[in-house]
Structure formats: structure tokens, C-alpha cells
Design a protein around this ligand. Structure first.
Ligand SMILES: C[S@@+](CC[C@H](N)C(=O)[O-])C[C@H]1O[C@@H](n2cnc3c(N)ncnc32)[C@H](O)[C@@H]1O
Length: 284
């Protein structure tokens, strides 16, 4: 069935598309010597590649600490990318994580990386649209999304799908770029080359749509300042050592990705965009 975001879904897939990603990542892993006992890779060693958001693993750890995840909890990771956060949740908390993503090459590589890290029994990835989640109502203890909603126009539908599949009392963790002072964004940014697939909501508008969906706000934290520091440090490190490590985001991003990150930094510094970390609850 078609929906208002259908046109932009294929544009989002193309934005993140990479050919033979599994092979490319597999070759890079061979070069690193990361493979240890029984040919397994330690999941944490993949963080420079598979934590595809500002502040990487540190941001994931902070968000997860707010969720109070019980062993064997079921978690839906919406827009799971290469699956780094899903593997973190599985390895650290003993959770069972299901990741969905629009991009078949990301889902394929996420599955391969879970096999290579020995976490395939706790993580599953499948191709799906966040706007039409292929799950029964009340399926998950928690839901989780990082750096995905910026590409999604129909937020009411996104959040009502997540609400639908959460169990009553379930928590929903968000880490996203949001709108700022109303000044237009400087493009390209990491999630979009042009405004046609970028849909940031201001903090107030986002709270309104989440409340209208039925969520209660548990916490709402503006993390713009710490994001700014991280981006500045990354840029500084890059200027000192311009060559890329074997494993890193350059494997899944276009050559001008550093410009996209620099623009994100500028958008944040100038107040055009902000960073948000939030926990929502489906009332019991
Ligand atoms: C910047 S990456 C973040 C990946 C992962 N959440 C992380 O933080 O490592 C954004 C991901 O969202 C996915 N995405 C964008 N729109 C989506 C949608 N409507 N449904 C499912 N996935 C989507 C993209 O394919 C991409 O993998």
C-alpha cells in the first residue's frame, strides 16, 4: 500500500545505498586483524563502523542506561543500519533485539556482522519500513531509534506504529537531530543531500506529536553542546591524521561525508538544528 512517504522511501534507500557492502566490509575486516579466538570479532571493535550516529557508542551507552533493560527483554531497533546499537543491547543487557531497516544492503551486512561477532542468536535484522512495521500489536518491551526520523515526514504514522507494537508500560528511546531556530539548514547533511528528504521537527512539535500518539515523556535532554564538542574533536583528529582506519564510517558513506558532518556541526553551532535524547513511555 502506498503512503505519503512512499516517494521519499526509495530516495532514502538510494541516499544510504552502497554496492557489495557485505564484501567490502568483509575485506576490511580481513585487513584489521580483529578476528580473535574461534574467528569471532569482539562486537565493540566494530563501533567506529557500526554506530552510525553522532557520538557513536558513547551516545548508545547513555541512551540505553536510561531504559533499565532486563535480561531477555525484547527490543525493536527502528532503522537499525549496520546493527551496532542492536548488538550493544544484546551483548550488554542480554536483550533480544529485532532491527528493521529500509536498506537491504545494511540488513544483509548487519546480519553478517552479528554472525561474525557471535551475536546472531540475540539479534535479527529484516528489511522493513518504519511506517509499516511487520509485527503484531504489543510485541516488544522496548523500542529504540537513533538518527532515523530525520528522513521521515509522516511522524504521526511513525510514532503510532512504534506505540502499536510496544507493550503497555514499554519504554521508547529516541536519539535524533531535531529542528532549531527556524533558519534553513545548510546542506548536504549526513542524512540528506537536499531538503526533499530532510524533515526535522522542533522540540515542541516533536513533543506534541508524541503526546498526541499517546506517549508520556519520561526524559527529554538536549545534547547539542556535547555533540558540538564531539564533532569538533572528530574534525581536529581528521586534520591531524587524514588517512582513514581500515574499519570506519568511510566504508558506508560517500567521499564528501566529512563535508556533511562539518555542515551538521555548523547547523548545530548556529542553532539551525539541535540534538535530542529522550525516553517515552506507553502508559501501562
Ligand atoms: C544514520 S543511519 C542510523 C543507523 C542506526 N540507527 C545507528 O544509529 O547506527 C539511518 C538509517 O535509517 C534507515 N531508515 C531511514 N528511513 C527509514 C524508514 N522509513 N524505515 C526503516 N529504516 C529507515 C536508513 O536506511 C539508515 O540505515
Amino acid at each position: 500500500m502506498s503512503h505519503p512517504d512512499a516517494g521519499s522511501s526509495s530516495a532514502v534507500v538510494s541516499h544510504y545505498a552502497a554496492t557489495s557492502l557485505r564484501t567490502q566490509i568483509g575485506d576490511a575486516l580481513k585487513q584489521t586483524g580483529l578476528t580473535g579466538n574461534n574467528d569471532l570479532i569482539y562486537w565493540k571493535d566494530l563501533a567506529p563502523l557500526d554506530e552510525f550516529h553522532v557520538r557513536g557508542l558513547a551516545a548508545t551507552e547513555e541512551l540505553a542506561a536510561e531504559l533499565q533493560i532486563a535480561p531477555e527483554a525484547t527490543i525493536l531497533d527502528v532503522g537499525s543500519g549496520l546493527g551496532g546499537p542492536s548488538r550493544f543491547l544484546a551483548a550488554t543487557y542480554g536483550a533480544h533485539v529485532t532491527g528493521i531497516d529500509l536498506s537491504p544492503s545494511f540488513v544483509d551486512s548487519a546480519t553478517m556482522l552479528s554472525e561474525r561477532t557471535g551475536l546472531a542468536h540475540r539479534t535479527t535484522f529484516r528489511v522493513a519500513d518504519a511506517l509499516a512495521l511487520p509485527f503484531e500489536d504489543l510485541s516488544f518491551d522496548h523500542a529504540w531509534t537513533q538518527h532515523v526520523a530525520m528522513n521521515i515526514h509522516d511522524r504521526a504514522r511513525l510514532y503510532s506504529e512504534i506505540f502499536r507494537v510496544l507493550k503497555p508500560g514499554g519504554l521508547f528511546a529516541i536519539y535524533d537531530v531535531i529542528g532549531g531556530n527556524g533558519e534553513p539548514l545548510i546542506f548536504p547533511v549526513p542524512w540528506a543531500r537536499e531538503p526533499a528528504i530532510s524533515f526535522l521537527l522542533t522540540s515542541e512539535a516533536l513533543r506534541d506529536v508524541l503526546s498526541a500518539t499517546g506517549f508520556d515523556v519520561v526524559s527529554w535532554t538536549d545534547t547539542t553542546a556535547i555533540a558540538n564538542e564531539w564533532i569538533a574533536r572528530q574534525q581536529d583528529a581528521r586534520s591531524r591524521a587524514p588517512s582513514s582506519p581500515a574499519i570506519g564510517l568511510h566504508l558506508i558513506t560517500p567521499p564528501d561525508f566529512p563535508i556533511m558532518m562539518a555542515n551538521l556541526g555548523r547547523n548545530l553551532v548556529e542553532g539551525r538544528a539541535r540534538m535530542l535524547q529522550a525516553i517515552l513511555k506507553r502508559p501501562a
